[in-house]
Design a binder for this molecule. Sequence first.
Ligand code: A5P
Length: 224
Amino acid sequence: MTFNIKDEIGKEAAKCVREGMIVGLGSGSTATRFIHHLAKRCAQGLNIRAVASSKTSSDLAAELGIPLVSIDDIGTIDLTIDGADQIDPQKQMIKGLGGALVREKILASMSHEMIVIVDESKLVPHLGKILPVEVIPFGHLATFHKLKKLGYQGQWRKKANGSYFVTDNGNLIFDIHFAGVRDNPKLDHEAIIQLPGIVDTGFFFNLAGRVIVGFFDGQIVTKA
Ligand code: A5P
């Protein structure tokens, strides 16, 4: 079997789950490896309940036998474990390349702790590059023009067949392309979120707890 760093990260993350917890399941390829390892622990007798941040993660958890609860049946989450697209030294993040950013942020904000699971390619000194933004379909072209007026360029996320990518919430994703790194991501977030029609941005501030980083030499480091 070939060495897969995301699998090692997922295994390490699954060790953080304790008996009786309500666990938030992230989305994306690293979170998927975590869900597989969590399912193995459940099969060995670990009792937990999970809530998922996407239909894909929910379907996978159900298929692997992880007991699921509805978000509306719980008030708080003990621990959410999720990936990220970029994370800086202040633990500010960009998420949403998988399109699940809104539900991921809801879960993270309900959690006593969000453990972020990333390989070393996600560690950046400053956030930048691509920022996914969830936009409601109604009036999306007007929203696009308003974003452009604020200086934010980018493109609508599309599927391979050319149709719009639609989120689990029935919305669209506009991927803002930044020319370089951002000096003040919080100002970007505030400018974008005040536009009508924007549901949320992929910026995650003050949400990350521990960060489990997998290095390509096989080392796994947990940062407090
Ligand atoms: C999903 O919407 C994202 O926020 C993911 O958490 C993020 O894209 C990281 O995914 P990978 O683990 O696949 O890189």
